[in-house]
Design a protein around this ligand. Sequence first.
Ligand code: C2E
Ligand code: MG
Ligand code: MG
Length: 585
Amino acid sequence: MTGRYAEPFGSHGLVRLDADAALVRAAMDAAPDGIVLVQHDGAILYANAAMAAISGYALAELLGTSVHRLLPRSHRMRHAEQMADYFDGPSRRPMGMGRDLWLERKDGSLIPVDVALGHTEQGGGAAVAFVRDITELRRLEARMHYQATHDTLTGLVNRWQFGQRLEQAIAESARQGEPFALLLLDLDDFKAINDGYGHAAGDQVLVEVARRLKGALRASDTLARLGGDEFTVLLQPLAGPEEAEQRAAELLQVLCQPCRMHGFELNFGASLGLALCPADARDAATLLRYADMAMYQAKERGRANFAFYTDYMGRRMAEKILLHDRLKLALSYGGLALHYQPQVCVATGRVQAVEALLRWSDPELGDVSPERFIPVAEATGLILALGAWVLDAACRQTAQWARAGLALRVAVNLSAQQLRQTDLVDQLRGSLAVHGTPPGLLELEVTESETMADPEQARQVLCNLQALGVGVALDDFGTGYSSLVHLKQLPVSRIKIDREFIRPLLHSEADATMVRAIIGLARTLGLHVVAEGVEAVEQLRFLEQHGCEAYQGWLYSKAVPAAQVLALLRSAGTQEDSVPAALTE
Ligand code: C2E
Ligand code: MG
Ligand code: MG
């Protein structure tokens, strides 16, 4: 090493400052960034202490050596050319303006650096490089990037990052002409785990699900958690739908293994929906929507199932949206009406009550059956507004009849969501009061399966409704698998035998037995009983023989508008005396 390199600020007069050269050197050594002076041929004229620390070389090793030594091997050739260009027209370059730069340390390791450049004409011209070790900064950036793209609980890719991967997968599939599958997965009854075992257990289940899925997937597949208990997978590459089907079945299988946790054995399943690119759609939003529809279809089929998107689901969804929109409109313009179907006493043939049934006539769609629109209203939540309208309209009609002297009991259907509505009791109390409806004339019909979903909650709500003075009937009885214990605890005064048992009654011994059993059960429990859907005289005879009290069905009448109810009562003949004069005029 020659003295020239060792004394850049000293006797060679590279920089002439008033301050003492030793002081300047000390100042340079105190700088947190590395500083190197490099001459035209790439030889290092000077380096400060920080540069030595960053590079791992001793100062003496750096001085006089080529600056290329500090560059990754792959960059050295290119850097020599860049340096020649630089000295032809030297310029300044501040920190933080460059691409990723790397420095090769003495031990061969690479560290990310940022470099600012300056230039001096002194001493024949030299470049001054200020070198900052940005390892920590990069680490921080990497951590922030990880946090922004991953789910903290499971460590899986998050929704945002998944969106990026999905776009990439679509682009790749278009370029290479190869399909891939988007799979959406939702745990079954996850809420029950959270509610029953606590959120910590819920979190553990999610971590376990992530672990199992990861174990069952290939490195090329993408697994993400979208949030809550929703996961998604990109199966790529994919030979075709058969492979997607097989892989979906495998995923279901690993998920359905019981999970031991703190001595408990938890059983959870999942529902999977699949959409294929490009067969089903070629854009991210549509693929996600289709996979979602398929997932709901899988859920409808019962726990632990998977389903592929089909055009049929698309059409069904389109119909659902159309019905929802038109129904909402009907609520506001008065396109809805209640019709009333008589419940008739088997022994006397007298009408003892009517059931209010919702009718919707749309200007474009025509008459739409409740079998078609009630499920849509239930799925979209519109049933609450619809149910409130029905309750109010029924209360108004009942009061109107009562004021005219016709004390006719009116039964109204309640949906499961209404039962869960916290203000249902207040709402009904309000309608009863506004119209002056005698509560005893109103009966609410709830289906057996609705009350089975959460028997205790249903019992509470029904008790509160009963306290208002209204009656409660169990609709569609025989289809909901309710236990006798459960039935005994519900504040119910009437059961309605589902029409599915009445229809085959005369040809099926099993159904006949069932109907006899229900009638017997009602009698034992002291409940009234009505048979639904009676269309034939023979069915009525059977009911009469076995002591069924009342029936409802087309044999007597379909549901009719309120104005025709009176005519029905009158035409029954035996009813003359009960139709008040005020109404017959
Ligand atoms: P549901 O409460 O069991 O009502 C009885 C259904 O049986 C009615 O169908 C009625 O028209 C039909 N029906 C009556 N007699 C006969 C018969 O002899 N033969 C046959 N085949 N069917 C008969 P609708 O009006 O189409 O209503 C279907 C279902 O829609 C109702 O079943 C009820 O679950 C629901 N629904 C109707 N109106 C309302 C409402 O205002 N609110 C709620 N939440 N649901 C309603
Ligand atoms: Mg009903
Ligand atoms: Mg029914």
